[in-house]
Design a protein around this ligand. Structure first.
Ligand code: HCA
Ligand code: CU
Length: 383
């Protein structure tokens, strides 16, 4: 899993998110932030979608980013012509292949899809651009039809084929099997795209990497159609556990929080409390047993090092599950180690638990106050 490229689709799939509407300045800001973060590709909305989409695509290309810019298009020659003139590095072509989409969406047979794909791919190649060919709803498409289509486009010399779980129905085992099968059929790169309707978007992306996928689609915060796709931060957290040096070496992980804040603001949402890495609760340790161990060695209850991602851990101490080791760490932090011994810490812990039992969780200031009151009482007794 330690050699793959990220195709971030916040400016394409993400634009399909319920509350998204990016103006030009916002698109440019997001594109720059993605580039600074280090994603390999930035995918943008089809320039054929609207006049503004077309000129915004050109503006993004003019930024001269290190990341390659891809325009997402329907498998249609008119869309390809418009997109090829914008200055993008490549085109991501997609067409629905499942029976449902062929019947209720575009109405084309597999033979007609093959013809159309050939025309569009050859046109894009004649323009000297990178080309990816992907099928929508891959997991509900006929396997034999799908594989013969991919074999055909691979022979045409596409740079990548893509598989998409458009409806979020696939599980990691199915993903592994499909990508493995495809790996044996095409020689080009393999891109994958996973929706999160049933909570498998990160696990599926990871399974795809294990099976030989080379490119993964993400969106910042996982935004996209319905409840979105594989989140950029969550995917990197997952891969980090297996290939830390690769992930920390390639991506500016410390910028994740700022990148997410930018996108959250642009679409008018809050970063969820349980968001991977950057959620408000993601590095809060609470139970006394956990706190003690984390204070001794954070690896006991942390599989991600928050410092690598530019976030900090908190050991919550003002509650009834607290422990004296956690209180002692606070005492030390306040520079009171020489005046509060172990017995003192245990006494303060008893008071914190008693207060929390009747008042609920105590803020850090309240805990500090209880520590200082204890110190004062002790000093008075000495006088
Ligand atoms: C879409 C559908 C898509 C395409 C994915 C791809 C999907 O909104 O056009 O191009 O690989 O989920 O199938 O996002
Ligand atoms: Cu999608």
């Amino acid at each position: 899993v330690s050699n793959f490229a990220i195709i971030d689709s916040t400016l394409r799939e993400g634009e399909q998110f319920a509350t998204a509407h990016f103006d030009t300045q916002t698109k440019l800001a997001i594109a720059r932030a993605l580039d600074d973060f280090g994603v390999d590709y930035i995918e943008v909305t089809s320039p054929a979608a609207s006049e503004q989409s077309r000129s915004d695509c050109e503006a993004i290309c003019r930024l001269g980013l290190r990341a390659k810019v891809l325009a997402h298009i329907r498998c249609h020659i008119d869309d390809a012509r418009i997109a090829a003139d914008t200055g993008v590095d490549g085109l991501s072509v997609v067409i629905g292949t499942s029976h449902l989409l062929r019947t209720y969406s575009h109405g084309k047979s597999m033979a007609a899809i093959l013809d159309q794909a050939t025309q569009v791919i050859q046109y894009i190649q004649s323009r000297g651009l990178e080309v990816r060919f992907s099928s929508e709803d891959s997991f509900r498409s006929d396997l034999v039809d799908l594989m013969s289509l991919y074999r055909h486009v691979d022979r045409l010399g596409v740079n990548r084929v893509g598989i998409a779980d458009t409806v979020g129905c696939a599980d990691p085992r199915q993903v592994y099997d499909l990508v493995r099968t495809l790996r044996g059929i095409v020689s080009c790169d393999i891109e994958t795209h996973f929706h999160d309707d049933t909570g498998c978007a990160i696990a599926n992306a990871y399974a795809a990497l294990e099976a030989g996928a080379t490119h993964i689609d993400t969106c910042v915060l996982g935004i996209g159609e319905r409840n979105g796709i594989t989140p950029l931060g969550g995917l990197l957290a997952r891969v980090y556990t297996a290939a830390r040096d690769y992930v920390t070496g390639k991506y500016q992980l410390r910028q994740l929080g700022a990148l997410e804040a930018l996108v959250a603001k642009a679409v008018g949402i809050q970063v969820p409390f349980n968001n991977y890495v950057t959620g408000s609760a993601s590095f809060v340790h609470k139970a006394g047993i956990h706190s003690k161990a984390v204070l001794n060695n954070p690896a006991t209850y942390e599989v991600l090092n928050p410092e690598d991602f530019g976030v900090t851990r908190t050991v919550a101490i003002g509650h009834r599950l607290t422990g004296w080791n956690a209180i002692k760490a606070r005492v030390d932090m306040l520079g009171l180690a020489s005046v509060v011994d172990e017995a003192g810490c245990k006494e303060i812990t008893r008071v914190v638990k008693e207060r929390a039992d009747c008042e609920g969780t105590l803020g850090l200031e309240k805990v500090d106050e209880l520590i200082r009151e204890f110190v004062e009482r002790q000093q008075q007794q000495r006088v």
